[in-house]
Design a binder for this molecule. Structure first.
Ligand code: NAP
Length: 526
């Protein structure tokens, strides 16, 4: 399939006239063809108008039809074959295996949402039947279901060009909920975005969905993205990226006449707690796993381990020696964009010159924009005082904090910002100590990992990829896994509505055969 550089507005392919976007191959520094035209305000207006028009029809398409639509997107993405893989590799510098794995994840999550929609439990149906004879007051008939929020604006992420981009988790969960989607493509991978956008556009057509169910815009600056968040027809936003970008969009959304939720996944340093017994018995193997988790994808995972807390002593020194050796052997690959590489180098440099920080390792790389790993150490007191040491450095950089005892480790954890993950390395003899940390960790993180690292994120039903601010803007949900659909739904209660006017999901006869809570009791479909 030929990449046109055009915007996709509903079923149309439109040349953007507001500035240009060019993809860069981060491995060679070369500019890639074609030139992408940036959207003008009129293009945004059209995409939002179509999305608003589509909303009522799309959200009431049958569960079977919506589910088939999500599956059609998955099939169409796969059908792009090597064209998609090759373009994505050249726009991101990521290796083939990673891109193919990410495509499998993208397709897998679309299919997971298709199954979720078909089953219908996400509607959360509850029926409290009327009790006309109840004393002293009769009870009304109340029926609840969840409906879609409205058109959703999605910002594609740089670090997951497929799984968190145009047809990624935010889009898949919003479409599953019944929300039309307007995507603002990430400027780092416009060709990948267009290819995937066309796969969705074709599925909209083939499945008979309303035209405005999906649009894709390119932005030559920041204005169109900001205007998307500001558009009164957009009712929620999905975002993955920097804390600065995420909080800017949160500010715009909050200042609207009708404020809307922004589900932003932003920054996390993913603390790792090394407990004494685990360190004593397997410092070296934990260190090797740590090095692999830190450098995976050039460190460009929001869940990579940016902070190690451990009690000082010879066991921790064994860990440091083994981690340094493992990181020295790592060949750094190019980072996703020159800007991300520049931001990483700046963050590492800031850490290196900090008066309370010692540089343990600065890895090497032959690659252009190589994400050379960096390992630093400091002491607990300095870490407690210097909040700048708590900031995310997006890339393969980690800070080890030597603590005098476990109580200090717990006190430091207590002071940290919200995190996507906290990992504990424990042996059986550490269980009693670890138990004293669990409540604190639950308050600080979305996911608690034992004897592993949070870097890999499984897509499933029990996954939480979220956490308190600034890990995310809203710790009440997850941006990965089936729970993500919850972000784009809201409950509506129908009081004394005649059966003929009720949506099928709430009819007494249960024509959709849904599981439901009847008068408080779970009633399973036959
Ligand atoms: P980013 O700069 O926050 O950009 C993400 C998306 O939001 C892009 O589409 C960007 O537009 C747009 N955007 C950013 N600021 C905006 C603003 N003020 N108004 C409107 N739109 C805005 O993130 P990135 O490009 O992916 O990477 C840059 C840095 O983000 C990294 O160095 C890293 O620090 C951080 N990051 C963190 C995570 C994480 O999960 N924790 C993931 C990725 C990146 P453009 O396409 O025009 O740039």
């Amino acid at each position: 399939m030929q990449i046109s550089g055009n915007l996709l507005i509903g079923q149309r392919s439109v040349r953007g006239s507001h500035g240009e976007i060019r993809a860069i191959d981060p491995t060679h520094g070369a500019t890639l063809e074609p030139v992408f035209g940036g959207a003008a305000y009129a293009d945004l207006d059209e995409a939002c108008a179509l999305a608003a028009q589509a909303f009522d029809t799309y959200r009431e398409t049958s569960l079977a039809k919506r589910s088939a639509f999500l599956e059609a997107i998955a099939d169409n993405v796969l059908e792009l074959g090597d064209t998609l893989i090759a373009r994505c590799m050249s726009e991101t510098g990521l290796p083939r295996a990673r891109i193919e794995g990410e495509r499998a994840r993208t397709v897998g999550q679309l299919r997971m949402f298709a199954a979720l929609v078909r089953e219908g439990d996400f509607l959360g149906v509850r029926i409290d039947p009327a009790m006309p004879e109840r004393q002293p007051m009769p009870r009304v008939d109340l029926r609840l279901r969840h409906i879609a929020l409205g058109p959703v604006g999605v910002f594609g992420a740089s670090n997951f060009p497929l799984a968190f981009s145009v047809a990624g988790g935010d889009t898949a969960s919003a479409l599953a909920a019944g929300c039309p989607v307007v995507v603002k493509a990430h400027s780092a991978h416009p060709g990948t975005s267009e290819l995937v956008g066309r796969a969705i556009q074709r599925a909209v057509h083939d499945c008979g969905m309303p035209e405005g169910t999906f649009s894709l815009l390119f932005d030559s600056g920041l204005e169109i993205g900001q205007a998307l968040v500001n558009d009164a027809r957009i009712k929620a936003v999905g975002f993955t990226g920097s804390r600065r970008g995420g909080t800017a969009l949160m500010g715009i959304a909050a200042a609207r006449a009708e404020p809307i939720p922004v589900y932003a996944e932003m920054s996390s340093i993913n603390p790792v707690l090394l407990f004494p017994q685990a360190l004593s018995t397997r410092a070296e193997s934990i260190a090797r796993e740590f090095a692999a988790a830190l450098t995976m994808g050039s460190g460009q995972f929001c869940t990579n381990p940016g902070l190690i807390l451990a009690v000082e002593g010879p066991e921790l020194e064994r860990f440091i020696a083994a981690a340094t050796a493992a990181l020295t052997d790592t060949q750094a690959s190019p980072m996703l964009t020159p800007d991300i590489h520049r931001a990483y180098e700046t963050g590492v440099e800031r850490m290196a010159v900090h008066p309370d920080v010692v540089t343990l390792l600065r890895g090497s790389s032959d690659a252009l924009h190589g994400g050379r790993p960096a390992l630093f150490a400091t002491n607990a007191e300095a870490f407690r005082r210097a909040s700048e040491l708590h900031d995310e450095i997006f890339g393969a950089s980690s800070l080890i904090v030597r603590c005098p005892d476990l109580a200090t480790m717990r006190a430091l954890l207590e002071r940290l910002d919200g995190q996507l993950t906290v990992a504990l390395h424990i042996d059986e003899n550490d269980h009693a100590d670890a138990q004293t940390f669990v409540r604190t960790i639950e308050r600080r993180a979305g996911r608690i990992v034992v004897n592993g690292f949070g870097t890999g994120v499984e897509v499933g039903h029990a996954m939480v990829h979220g956490g308190p601010y600034p890990a995310t803007s809203n710790g009440g949900s997850s941006s990965v896994g089936s729970l993500a659909i919850k972000r784009f739904l809201r409950p509506v209660s129908y009081q004394d509505m005649p059966e003929a006017l009720l949506p099928d999901a709430l009819k007494t006869t249960n024509p959709l055969s849904l599981n439901r809570r009847m008068d408080g009791k779970l009633q399973l479909r036959r």
